[in-house]
Ligand binder design. Structure first.
Ligand SMILES: CC(C)(COP(=O)(O)OP(=O)(O)OC[C@H]1O[C@@H](n2cnc3c(N)ncnc32)[C@H](O)[C@@H]1OP(=O)(O)O)[C@@H](O)C(=O)NCCC(=O)NCCS
Length: 179
């Protein structure tokens, strides 16, 4: 397990799937995720089976926070499409429990993922795609050290219109683990 001050990241278990089914069908949670169709429990189970076949470094991680009852799953995250020659990977995360938004957990998760990506996996560049309207996410990524590197024009079609998408990234050389 990977530990930070208020959160920890652990391997996903099959028993996580009912929570993912609930969260990823919540319009507010999925609004800025690349998901436009309802997700079935069967699709979640298929996702889990496929995820187990991915390389260990690309297996997704459950986000847990500690409350009075103990550690509790609140979301999911992970690195994917790792390019070992360029030492680059994409990162993604969501916090499905909306009561946990804007409490600093997302920033702490990203910080821990970067520590893992740079310090353990020896990657050099971590990037992500984000909707320009997802201001909370952008702010959180900036706090974790990401900068905007590109704006993809009319890259997605959502809620009836074409929308731009931002690419944000952080390089190991510019990342400050103390921040
Ligand atoms: C995006 C997400 C991971 C961020 O996690 P989080 O725990 O809510 O983020 P943090 O609390 O660490 O940081 C959010 C920051 O944005 C700020 N913020 C929130 N809404 C904002 C808005 N509308 N405008 C400007 N800033 C905003 C918060 O105040 C906070 O900044 P601060 O600490 O300086 O006050 C989480 O909200 C989430 O999972 N959302 C749903 C799924 C999603 O959109 N995933 C990302 C896809 S790219």
């Amino acid at each position: 397990m990977l530990y930070a001050k208020h959160i920890r990241l652990r391997s996903n278990e099959r028993s996580d799937l009912p929570k993912f089914f609930e969260w990823l069908n919540d319009p507010e949670v999925r609004r800025y995720l690349r998901m436009s169709l309802p997700i079935s429990q069967a699709a979640e189970e298929q996702w889990f089976e496929n995820m187990l076949k991915r390389p260990p470094e690309e297996q997704s991680l459950g986000i847990e926070i500690k409350d009075r009852q103990g550690w509790r799953l609140v979301g999911n995250c992970g690195l994917f499409d790792i390019n070992w020659r360029a030492r680059s990977a994409e990162v993604g995360l969501f916090i499905g429990d909306k009561s946990c938004w804007n409490k600093g957990y997302g920033t702490e998760v990203m910080h821990l993922l970067l520590l893992h990506a740079f310090g353990t996996l020896n990657l050099n560049r971590i990037f992500l795609h984000v909707d320009p309207d997802n201001l909370g996410a952008i702010r959180s990524y900036q706090k974790a050290g990401f900068i905007q590197e590109a704006r993809l024009r009319a890259a997605v079609f959502r809620e009836g219109i074409y929308r731009d998408e931002l690419i944000m990234s952080v390089l190991r050389s510019e990342w400050n683990p103390e921040e």
